[in-house]
Design a protein around this ligand. Structure first.
Ligand code: PLP
Length: 287
């Protein structure tokens, strides 16, 4: 059985799933998205992703396309139809289809909804986590509302391509003051020389990662010290450990920054333990 996508009220074969050329997501990046990790066919950290979706939409004055309860049914049905147990679910909501004018279209224009489901090879992900990944740094050049999860991802695309060409997996944006904000599709963390976990605070221009938020709970439950305080790339290289978090990467050890090793250049014990604890928690909080 092939992949199935959801487009504006219908489940269709993935290869035939299309949106209108005047979809505002396509023409203006006037759309938001969410990504859920799927564990055993269930949506991980479901509540956090729904809450952020509602916030992103409300900040842009796009109505929820349907109630949270109805959306949950549709998301689960998308997972079921694709028969995916371990994977990712992508949801995009745009301001809808309308003649190309910058201001908002007529109030009765329904938001456009697209859902895709993809499989993840957990054994390959675990092997990657066991090896650790490299990151590169790049100058922050995004707009000032990175707290809204919009599909306007061109700086992230360019940053992640730069990482790929350098043999790395993620790019960390560095702001005017020299501090890391976050990655192209993940939040950035270190374990500093004093053994304190550090990640950027959410007053900064970053996405409020759902994985980041859950991991803060995990860290506190584990009795580890954590500070929401910025760090520089030099501090990351001098740190004991570094890692990134996101629905795709989960908790992924970082072993080099701009080609120079972090700590011993291998995944550290704290990141490795937090990955295990996070996955356990995400499974317990999935629906
Ligand atoms: N930061 C950015 C820019 C992202 O695109 C993402 C995820 O795609 C994250 C952080 C991590 O967020 P989450 O943990 O909610 O997946």
């Amino acid at each position: 059985m092939g992949r199935i996508a959801y487009v504006n009220g219908r489940f269709v074969p993935h290869a035939e799933a299309v949106v209108h050329i005047e979809d505002r997501g396509y023409q203006f990046a006037d759309a938001v998205y969410e990504v859920w990790a799927l564990f055993d066919g269930r949506l991980a950290d479901a509540e956090g992703h729904f809450a952020r979706l509602e916030r992103s939409l409300s900040e842009l004055r796009i109505p929820m396309p349907m109630s949270r309860a109805a959306l949950t049914v549709v998301l689960r049905e998308a997972v079921r139809r694709n028969r995916v147990r371990e994977g990712l679910l992508y949801l995009q909501v745009s301001r809808g289809v309308a003649p190309r004018e910058h201001p908002f279209p007529a109030e009765d224009t329904p938001p456009a909804v697209v859902i895709t489901v993809s499989r993840v090879d957990r054994a390959a992900s675990e092997a990657r986590a066991a090896k650790g990944v490299g990151v590169v740094t790049t100058a922050e050049n995004r707009w000032s509302r990175c707290d809204i999860k919009t599909v306007g991802l061109l700086p992230n695309v360019l940053a992640k391509q730069k990482a790929k060409e350098a043999g790395a997996v993620e790019a960390w944006f560095v702001d005017d003051l020299g501090f890391v904000t976050e990655g192209g599709s993940s939040n950035a963390w270190i374990v500093d020389g004093d053994g304190v976990l550090r990640t950027r605070d959410t007053n900064a221009n970053i996405l409020r990662g759902v994985t980041r938020l859950s991991l803060l709970d995990v860290i506190r439950e584990a009795g580890l010290k954590v500070e929401e305080r910025p760090f520089t790339p030099d501090e990351a290289r001098a740190a004991k450990e570094a890692f990134i978090t996101g629905a795709g990467s989960l908790v992924l050890p970082v072993v080099s920054v701009d080609g120079k090793p972090v700590g011993n250049g291998v995944p550290g014990p704290i990141a490795t333990k937090l990955r295990r604890l996070y996955i356990e928690r995400a499974k317990a909080h999935s629906i």
